[in-house]
Design a protein around this ligand. Structure first.
Ligand SMILES: Nc1nc2c(ncn2[C@@H]2O[C@H](COP(=O)(O)OP(=O)(O)OP(=O)(O)O)[C@@H](O)[C@H]2O)c(=O)[nH]1
Length: 336
């Protein structure tokens, strides 16, 4: 084939595992190396907060308010087409939502590659190692199964947040993921810090091959599992996995007290497993990017790009949006 194909990487991993942390590092690396990266960012919430962390000059396409793996087929292909046509990047990172099953995305990118000059080179999955370990020892519910799928599809696996695990636990997580995926290269990381040569190396071969084989295997497995389904539409089986996940987006009318907000977050019901936002506090001068992932809370000073409202997104399973909303309204009115 005469023309060069644009490398596509899919960044997968559960909510809050460290995908954006990796994305910003990878973008810096490729930009410094004289290559032009572009991003397709998918968010369950209605606002793209992670996009705030990516330099303004990086072309970005946003798919908001839902998970690409569930939204109408074609959205992702349209975003790829637009970036390829308008920006001619050297590589494209697709950051999926933390609840996405990467198989659907792999499928859509490989379909798109029949029509546009793009090539899926690798699926990179970032694993919240402490969370995976705890789930493996306790509940093993839907989240655990989704993490398993995300791990199975990967060519490169980052076992992240190892700073939060004792040395003795590392081997246990390592053994678990290698059992699910003996093909991927596996790396322990802190703040998704990885040797970028490993990602460079993925731009060489056709790493998508493993992913495609995995798609086939999983589809076969899934169709067997859902054999009795009446609504058995092509490759949409996994909807069952996260139809229960929901997001509430709160736009603040006024600044809230930082301590009261922190206390509110620490008391969120356990069904809310991810939250993030951009906030102005009544008792601080700066604005903050706030993160809450698997019980860890983090506030970073930020000067948002463009006009960004004070907003927070809460993601979880079957929680009362109304309860979250009224608690936040109370915080706001306490500051009237
Ligand atoms: N302690 C610790 N925190 C980390 C590490 N990596 C990332 N974090 C923090 O975890 C939070 C979530 O990180 P992100 O990179 O935004 O995670 P994500 O996977 O992009 O999240 P979603 O897009 O919501 O799915 C942030 O507060 C990070 O600073 C790590 O290795 N150790």
């Amino acid at each position: 084939m005469a023309h060069k194909r644009i490398t596509v990487f899919v960044l997968s991993g559960f909510l809050g595992s460290g995908k954006t942390t990796l994305l910003t590092k990878a973008i810096d690396h490729f930009t410094e190396a004289g290559r032009k990266p572009a991003v397709i960012m998918n968010e369950i919430g209605e606002v793209n907060l992670d996009g705030q962390l990516v330099a303004e000059e990086v072309p970005m396409s946003e798919l908001l308010g839902g998970c690409i793996c569930c939204s109408s087929r074609g959205d992702l292909a349209a975003a790829l087409k637009e970036l390829v046509t308008n920006e001619q990047p050297d590589l494209i990172f697709i950051e999926s939502t933390g609840i996405a099953n990467p198989i659907e995305i792999i499928d859509e990118v490989t379909d798109a590659s029949l029509v546009f000059p793009v090539e899926l080179k690798a699926v990179i999955t970032v694993v919240d190692a402490p969370q995976l370990l705890e789930l493996s020892r306790t509940s093993r519910g839907k989240t655990y199964r989704l993490m398993e799928e995300q791990i199975r599809c990967a060519n490169l696996l980052l076992l992240n947040k190892t700073d939060l695990l004792p040395q003795s636990a590392l081997q246990e997580v390592d053994a678990l993921v290698r059992e699910w995926n003996p093909y991927a290269s596996v790396h322990f990381t802190v703040f998704s810090q990885i040797d970028m040569q490993l990602i460079e190396a993925l731009t060489e071969g056709d790493a998508g091959q493993h992913a495609r084989a995995e798609v086939k295997i999983t589809h076969e497995h899934e169709s067997h599992k859902h054999h009795h389904d009446h609504e058995h539409t092509h490759a949409r089986h996994h909807h069952h996995t996260h139809s229960h996940v929901m997001a509430y987006t709160h736009f603040f009318e006024r600044a809230v007290d930082s301590n009261a907000f922190e206390e509110f977050v620490s008391k969120l019901p356990k069904e809310v497993y991810r939250a993030k936002g951009i906030l102005s506090f009544s008792d601080t001068a700066s604005r903050f990017l706030f993160q809450f992932a698997y019980r860890e809370m983090d506030f970073v000073k930020i000067t948002p790009q463009g006009e960004v409202p004070d907003v927070a997104v809460f993601i979880g399973e079957n929680f009362s949006k109304e309860a979250v909303r009224s608690a936040l309204l109370r915080l706001e009115s306490a500051n009237e």
